[in-house]
Design a binder for this molecule. Sequence first.
Ligand SMILES: Nc1ncnc2c1ncn2[C@@H]1O[C@H](COP(=O)(O)OP(=O)(O)OP(=O)(O)O)[C@@H](O)[C@H]1O
Ligand SMILES: O=C(O)[C@H](O)COP(=O)(O)O
Length: 395
Amino acid sequence: MLNKRTVEDLEVEGKKVLVRVDFNVPMDKEGNITDDRRIREALPTITYLRDKGAKVILMSHLGRPKGKVDPQYSLKPVAKRLSELLMQQVIMSQDVVGEDALKKSESLKDGDVMLIENVRFHGEEEKNAPEFAKKLSSLGELYVNDAFGTAHRAHASTAGVADYLPSAVGFLIKKELDVMGKALSNPERPFVAILGGAKVSDKIGVIENLIDKVDALLIGGGMAFNFLKAMGKETGKSILEEDKVELASELLKKAESKGVKLLLPVDIVVAKEFKVDAEHMTVDAGEIPEDYMGLDIGENTRRIYSEIVENAKTVVWNGPMGVFEMPAFSKGTYAIAEAMSKVNGTTIIGGGDSAAAVEQLGFGDKMTHISTGGGASLEFLEGKTLPGIAVINDK
Ligand SMILES: Nc1ncnc2c1ncn2[C@@H]1O[C@H](COP(=O)(O)OP(=O)(O)OP(=O)(O)O)[C@@H](O)[C@H]1O
Ligand SMILES: O=C(O)[C@H](O)COP(=O)(O)O
């Protein structure tokens, strides 16, 4: 159980509450928000504080503007979307800790909601500079962190401010930790993890941490080729991190010694080129021709993986099974999403590309939990302490 104070432990009425949210949402070139899930997921904390009569001051980053003011990364479109969702005008300040932010925060009325500009317009944010954290903290009287997506960063707005204000976590962080924490520490079994995506190096920590906990680990995506190579199979032109093959071999041995089923694809959809309309065929996993690359798991693998997933009680998934952005190579990812939608138990999507894939394929509302964290959920699944949560006052 989470041993941190939550918003409900704070006396917020009439107080200026500084809330770190993760409004780092995808936008198109015209500045239209293409997926507002992170904004919607922050609403429970915002509306709770507003309805309790707090003066809500929100802060977030957007993109990576490298410590400079850059209009392309302004949070203005977010303020607009948030106003629509709250059905209330969100007050937006032109700066972060400047005169405008200070003046507007001072004149807030109970129940008002304000958003300051992108905290990453200041280089001190990512450096977690104490002076900057102090200035940010001076905007509020209490600090709430609800930015799960950025909880793995020790920045001024995610960690530094907690040195100056009484603190608590918001409902989103609480939900993320409750659901994922329970799955890891006390899962209903069978507990199955599915890992895919491009690079095995990103997921080594996750595999190592999960190997001790799961009943089966299903590997797909680009990272599968490291394991196939480690078993002495030919992988043709498939993506491969040569320096990680040895490690893949060690992980295979570890799984075997622990009696954990670590499954690899038995067949692969291969193509000569990395292209939407590339000609493709399915081959046995050990028989990828020299001039072909593997871009998805094959039909037999889809069947085997789906059956294991459907019979599980807890499933955690991170990383697509193939190049799901191209329809010809999205069947593996689709099969996993579909199998998960049939699970009679807990299904968790660990953010990032897999979350996007599940939404895109239309299975979003069939999952128990889709994390709002990409990097953050990976670090959580690795068993790491997230700095943005560690700094919050204990209960
Ligand atoms: N066989 C493959 N060959 C090349 N690329 C692949 C293959 N399988 C999957 N991918 C690519 O992997 C990418 C996703 O990998 P990544 O490791 O970033 O996943 P993720 O962990 O879900 O995302 P994030 O890092 O955002 O959390 C996708 O763009 C997909 O096209
Ligand atoms: O999208 C994310 O993963 C978070 O908002 C963190 O962003 P960052 O990787 O730029 O720190």
